[in-house]
Every structure is written in C-alpha cells, then in structure tokens.
Design a protein. Structure first.
Length: 235
C-alpha cells in the first residue's frame, strides 16, 4: 500500500459519521467528511511524514490533496507542515497553489502561518512576494500576506515595516477574514511590543474596523486598551 493509501485507510478507521456531518455544516464544506478530529488526524499524518525526503513529501501531498475529502486534504497540509524544513524557496509556489484551491480558513491559516511563514523565515527574500500578495484579487492570498508574518513576530524578529505597509493597504477591507487577520497579527505583536501596536492603532483609529481593533487591543495594557476603544466608539 502507498503512503497515501495507508493514511487514507487509517483515517477511514477513525471515521465518525456523526462528527462528519457536524464538521461539514460548520465549515460549510462541499467536500466529503470522515469526521476525524485534528489531534488524531495530525498523529496519522506526522507519523507518515517521518523519514520522507522533499520529493516524496511533495508527491504525498499531491496524492492526498487530489481526493475531494476534507481529512485527506488536512492530512496533506499536516504532512507539508511536518516537512517544511525540507522545502526550498521554489516550493512557495506549491503553498500558493494549495491556498488558492482551499477556499476555507481551515486550510489557509495553517498553510499561511506554518508553511508560507516558515519559508519566509528561512528565505527572507521571499517576503517580497508577500508584498505582491497583499494586493492580490484572492482575499485568501491577501489574508496570507498578513498571517505569514506571525512566525517572525513569535520568534522575536517582527517585520514591523512590512506589517505597517500591509496593514495600511488592507485596513479599509470590507472582507471579514482580512479584518480579522490584521487584528490577529496586531494582537500577537502586542504581547512583545504593546507600545508599537498602541501607536499604530491610535494613528489609524479613524479608519480601523471594529473587528480589527477588538482583536488588536486584547493584550494591551488596560489604559491603552480602554483609550483606544473609547476613541473608536467616539469617532
């Protein structure tokens, strides 16, 4: 049995039809669902990914993604995440193609943060691609241009200039998933640099959305948080 076949067989053994229907409704998915929880699914995928080289990793991802089954595609993402250290800069195109085919945060967010963010961290010149993505027609790609900055923030090396530029480009978005992503990134940065986040949001309080500001201020000092929310309500 192939590696993909083994993963698919194991996921079939773990299937829960009741959970499958619940997950399908929650995600508003048009794929077939098996009803396997993420911890169990991740365990199956990570075990299968061990020992694979780059070529076999990419081949397994392609084979799993080909089937219109939610858990198979989630397994493909988990395999790719597990072996992201094996990828090269050219493999950003693989992540981009999967993101464009995803059409749901359930796939996009993991690919954006763990795979694209991981590649950008290892190959800094790839960050220039994120600048292009910030203006892409596909809002999932625009969301990725923000979420891919999270690994740098979490590791203590935030790209503040790029975050500010992307934030200014996307702050007027009507799309919920863009507004939420900008708030999420600012919220994470506020853990380590609350002064920067406070200043950035204060300077843009006249145009920031409610979704963004509510996320952004969560980890700010109480006074800064209350002052910004008051300014937002009074604008």
């Amino acid at each position: 049995m192939t590696a993909a076949g083994e993963i698919e067989a194991r996921l079939g053994e773990l299937a829960d039809p009741v959970r499958a229907e619940q997950d399908k409704r929650y995600l508003k998915s048009d794929l077939r669902h098996l009803g396997v929880g993420l911890p169990a699914l991740r365990g199956v995928a990570v075990a299968a990914a061990k020992g694979l080289d780059r070529e076999r990793t990419l081949a397994l991802v392609e084979e799993l993604w080909h089937e219109p089954v939610h858990e198979h595609r989630m397994a493909a993402i988990e395999v790719l995440i597990r072996n992201t250290p094996l990828l090269t800069a050219t493999d950003l195109a693989v992540a981009e193609r999967l993101i464009r085919a995803s059409r749901t945060w359930a796939y996009v967010d993991a690919l954006a943060v763990k795979v694209v963010g991981g590649l950008v961290t290892r190959y800094p010149p790839l960050a220039a691609t994120l600048d292009t993505w910030a203006g892409d027609d596909d809002f999932w790609i625009r969301r990725t241009s923000l979420l891919a900055l999270l690994p740098g923030i979490r590791s203590g090396g935030p790209d503040l200039d790029r975050l500010s530029r992307h934030g200014d480009a996307l702050i007027g978005e009507r799309e919920f998933f863009i507004r939420k992503a900008l708030g999420w990134v600012l919220r994470e940065l506020a853990r380590s640099d609350p002064a920067w986040v406070t200043t950035w949001v204060r300077d843009r309080v006249a145009v920031v959305s409610g979704v963004t500001i509510r996320e952004a201020v969560r980890h700010l000092p109480e006074k800064d948080r209350e002052d910004l929310l008051a300014a937002y309500r009074a604008r």
